[in-house]
Design a protein around this ligand. Structure first.
Ligand SMILES: Cc1cc2nc3c(=O)[nH]c(=O)nc-3n(C[C@H](O)[C@H](O)[C@H](O)COP(=O)(O)OP(=O)(O)OC[C@H]3O[C@@H](n4cnc5c(N)ncnc54)[C@H](O)[C@@H]3O)c2cc1C
Ligand code: SF4
Ligand code: SF4
Ligand code: SF4
Length: 450
C-alpha cells in the first residue's frame, strides 16, 4: 500500500497505511456508519479496515484515534485539569503496594489481584452494572477477546493478563447502546483511545466512570506464543486450556493439554521472558509507544518488580497508582473495607520498579522519533514535535533506539524468524540483558532525582 503523509486524511487511512495502527479498536467502536471493522493481519495484529461505501466522511474516527492526534496536553487537561509535575510517572494522587485480601484471588491473579478485587467491589456496591474485561476465546486459546462481565462469576472468569492483541475499544459501540455504568480495563493504548472517545462523545464519560489501566511495555502476537509453545513441546491444536501467568508470582505459562496433562514454563529466565521481553512479534507501534504506566487511567496497575518483593513474595503483589480523585478514593474505600491490603509507596519506588521500560518509553523515544524521520518515515501526530513529557536523549539512547524496531522486523521476516527460532536461549538472554544495561547505564540518578 502507498504510504500517505500523516494528517492528510479525513478518516484513519493514513494511520493504517503508515503502520501506526495500535489495533485499539476505538475508531471501529465509535463509527456511526458502521464503516470500520478490526481485521486480523498475517503477522497476528488487528488493524482497522475501512468500507468506503459506508463512510459518510464525518471525521469522528480520526478525532478519536490516538496516533492521529496530539494527546499529551489535551488528555492531561481533559482528565486531570493540567500537566503532571513528574513526567515519568504522570499525574497521580497516591501510589500503593497492594494485594487482594482474598487469598484465592491473590493467588490466581497475575500480580496481586487488585484489578479483579476492585471490579468486584464496584459491582457489589452497585457503582457499576458491569465491566469490560478480556478472556481467551473458547475456540482458540491463542486469541483474546473482550466482553462485558455483569456478574461476580464473569469477573472472576476473566482474571489474569492476556498477553495478546485485543481490540478492546470495539466494545464502545455496545456500551453506547446500553443503559447503566461500566468499568473498563485496558492497556495504555486502549485508555488513550477511550479518553479521546469520551472527549468527542460526552455521554461516554457518564457511562464509563472507572478506567483501569494495565501497565504495558508491549504485547505479542500469537506467532510469538506459538514459538514459545514449540519450545515447550506443545502443539497448539492439543491445548485444552492456556494461562499466561497466575497461580503464584511471578508465575509462567501453564498449558492443560487435551489428554489432561500439564506443561509449564516459568516467566523469568525462559523463552517466555526472552521472546516476549525482547519485543519480538510485537506490533510496530509498541516500539514507538510513549506510555507505559497508563498515564490517563483512573487507576494504573503493575507488577511490583522491587527487590524486597521479588525476594519475599511468591503469591502476588501489585503496584497501584491512583491517578484521578475517583481512583484514589476507590482504593482508600476498598482498603478501609478490608477488601484490599495496601501500603503507601513513594513515586520513586514506583519508578524504580518500572525503571527500564519507563526510561525506554519516555527518554529513549525522541531518539527513535529522530531516527525514523532521518529514514524518511512518517511520525504519528501524537509524537511529532512534542517536547513535554520526553526527556533529553543521550548517546546511549541513540545506540539502543533501534533494538526493539529491529527485533520486530526480525520476527516479521520468514528467514530471520527461522534464525531466531534456532538461536540458543543463552544468546537471546545475553542480547536482551546487554540492551537493558546500555539503556540503564546513565539512568540511576534520573530515577532517584524524581
Ligand atoms: C499485554 C500486557 C502487557 C503488560 N506489561 C506489563 C509490564 O511490562 N510491566 C508490568 O508491571 N505489568 C505489565 N502488565 C500488567 C500485569 O500483567 C497485570 O495485568 C497487572 O499487574 C494487574 O494485575 P492484577 O493481578 O491486579 O490483575 P487481575 O486481577 O489478574 O486482572 C486482570 C484484568 O485485566 C483484564 N485483561 C487481561 N488482559 C487484558 C488485555 N490484554 N486487555 C485488556 N484487559 C485485559 C482481565 O480480564 C482482568 O479483568 C501487562 C499486562 C498486559 C495484558
Ligand atoms: S469518517 Fe465517519 S463514517 Fe467514515 S469511517 Fe470515520 S467515523 Fe465512520
Ligand atoms: S483508533 Fe485505534 S484501531 Fe482505529 S486506526 Fe486509530 S489506532 Fe487503529
Ligand atoms: S506498548 Fe503501547 S501500543 Fe503496544 S500494546 Fe502496550 S500500550 Fe499498546
Amino acid at each position: 500500500m502507498k504510504r500517505l503523509p500523516m494528517n492528510e486524511s479525513v478518516t484513519i487511512s493514513d494511520v493504517v497505511v503508515n503502520g501506526w495502527c495500535t489495533g485499539c479498536g476505538t475508531c471501529a467502536g465509535c463509527c456511526p456508519a458502521d464503516a470500520l471493522s478490526m481485521e486480523p493481519t498475517a503477522d497476528g495484529r488487528y488493524v482497522s479496515q475501512l468500507d468506503e461505501n459506508r463512510c459518510t466522511a464525518c471525521g469522528l474516527c480520526r478525532k478519536v484515534c490516538p496516533p492521529a492526534n496530539e494527546n499529551f496536553r489535551p488528555l492531561n487537561e481533559f482528565v486531570f485539569g493540567g500537566l503532571p509535575d513528574n513526567v515519568l510517572l504522570g499525574n497521580h494522587r497516591g501510589c500503593f503496594l497492594a494485594h487482594s485480601a482474598d487469598a484465592d484471588i491473590r493467588f490466581r491473579a497475575t500480580s496481586g489481584g487488585c484489578v479483579t478485587t476492585l471490579l468486584l467491589g464496584l459491582l457489589r456496591s452497585r457503582q457499576i452494572d458491569g465491566a469490560v474485561v478480556a478472556r481467551l476465546a473458547a475456540d482458540d486459546p491463542l486469541r483474546a477477546e473482550s466482553f462485558i462481565a455483569r456478574t461476580e462469576g464473569e469477573i472472576l472468569s476473566a482474571i489474569g493478563s492476556k498477553y495478546l492483541p485485543v481490540p478492546v475499544n470495539t466494545m464502545l459501540s455496545q456500551i453506547g447502546s446500553e443503559s447503566g455504568r461500566f468499568a473498563y480495563v485496558g492497556l495504555p493504548c486502549h485508555i488513550h483511545g477511550l479518553r479521546r472517545a469520551q472527549m468527542a462523545i460526552p455521554a461516554l464519560k457518564e457511562k464509563i466512570p472507572f478506567l483501569f489501566g494495565l501497565v504495558c511495555s508491549r504485547t505479542m502476537s500469537h506467532h510469538g506464543w506459538r514459538l514459545v509453545l514449540d519450545k515447550m513441546g506443545v502443539n497448539p491444536g492439543d491445548i485444552r486450556e492456556l494461562k499466561f501467568r497466575g497461580d503464584g508470582w511471578p508465575g509462567g505459562l501453564t498449558v492443560t493439554m487435551c489428554d489432561g496433562s500439564l506443561k509449564t514454563m516459568p516467566m523469568l529466565g525462559s523463552w517466555f521472558s526472552e521472546i516476549f521481553g525482547g519485543f519480538y512479534f510485537s506490533q510496530p507501534y509498541c516500539a514507538l509507544c510513549d506510555d507505559v504506566l497508563a498515564d490517563y487511567a483512573d487507576i494504573s496497575f503493575a507488577d511490583a518488580y522491587l527487590p524486597e518483593v521479588i525476594k519475599a513474595d511468591k503469591v502476588g503483589t501489585s503496584i497501584v497508582i491512583g491517578r484521578t480523585e475517583a481512583g484514589r478514593a476507590l482504593i482508600e474505600q476498598m482498603r478501609s473495607d478490608e477488601q484490599l491490603e495496601a501500603s503507601d509507596l513513594s513515586a520513586n519506588r514506583v519508578l524504580a520498579s518500572q525503571g527500564f521500560v519507563t526510561l525506554y518509553k519516555k527518554r529513549n523515544l525522541p531518539a527513535r522519533v529522530r531516527i525514523l524521520s532521518w529514514l524518511g518515515r512518517s511520525i504519528p501526530i501524537t509524537l511529532k514535535g512534542r517536547t513535554e513529557g520526553f526527556l533529553r536523549p543521550t548517546i546511549w539512547d541513540y545506540l539502543t533506539a533501534m533494538v526493539p524496531c529491529l527485533n520486530i522486523r526480525i520476527s516479521r521476516n520468514r528467514f530471520t524468524r527461522g534464525m531466531l527460532r534456532r538461536m540458543p536461549l543463552g544468546l537471546l538472554s545475553f542480547l536482551r540483558k546487554s540492551y537493558k544495561w546500555l539503556l540503564m547505564r546513565q539512568s540511576k540518578s534520573l530515577l532517584e532525582d524524581r
